[in-house]
Design a binder for this molecule. Sequence first.
Ligand code: FAD
Length: 290
Amino acid sequence: MQISKLFKEGRTGLSFEVFPPKKTSSLDSVYNALGELKELKPDFISVTYGAGGNITNTLTCDIASYIKNELGIESVAHLTCVNTTRENADIILKRLKENGIENILALRGDINPDIPPLKEFVYASDLAAYIKEKGGFYVSGACYPECHYECDNIDEDIKNLKKKTDAGVEHLISQLFFDNQVFYEFVEKARAQGITVPIEAGIMPVTNTKQIERMVSMCGASLPAKFVKVMQRFENNPEALRDAGIAYAIDQIIDLAANGVQGIHLYTMNNPYVAGKITEGVKNVIRTDE
Ligand code: FAD
């Protein structure tokens, strides 16, 4: 199924993201989590892929295949290109096709300062164009409401994003953010630049202190005063922090739905409890055509 076709006027889609375990021996715990996530009836589930380009690791494909073929839910396999040759991309595409996977989230991946990029694909748009040229897949891409960290300003980043959609990307998923206004301004600018594809809002429920620290150091998302206050107030009370993180995500999603966002992409962190609470809290405001 073509993911971009899910996004229709008057409907807010819902999708989930999961990541493969570090070890194959922990695969069962991911499959168990997926069994619970299935009950929440997402439109699709995407599966992350490492930026290292190790093609002997088949976990992303295995999990995406399980989601699609065992659970009967559409899946999206992430694929990075910073350390991938064309030859290896072909191997992965063949593997995905053999498993019936039709949707790929084409990404560059972060550049590891200790490993010089291969440069067979410089940008995600190069990978997207390559996949489209090969044929047989629908291609999604990433976008950054607060600007990608390597780019000087949001206008430049959106110009680059347009190159991505021109290369064949037909659906975008955003980096996480905590301030909805930032997302609305980003979408307006993207539309003004001629980017017409559906844009899903990436929502990360923050439910433990470790996540907050990582968030601040890594992704550079701005933290609204309301968010900081809640997190500081409950940082030493895990249950309260979890409740507060869930409530904040629900509040964000309701506001996004009220403002006509086309889709919510929930970074589940493989945690079906949190995803379940959030989905329950928004069940009457999203996917309203069902
Ligand atoms: P690109 O679109 O290539 O952009 C990278 C930078 O290059 C940007 O600054 C952009 O402005 C600039 N640029 C793009 N095209 C051009 C051009 N033609 N000319 C000049 N400059 C250009 N990482 C993983 O390793 N695995 C994952 O599974 C994964 N999943 C993700 C899912 C989502 C929804 C998001 C938002 C990110 C994900 N990432 C993942 C992180 C991502 O790989 C990094 O953010 C990476 O640094 C950029 O990837 P990209 O695909 O956005 O790159």
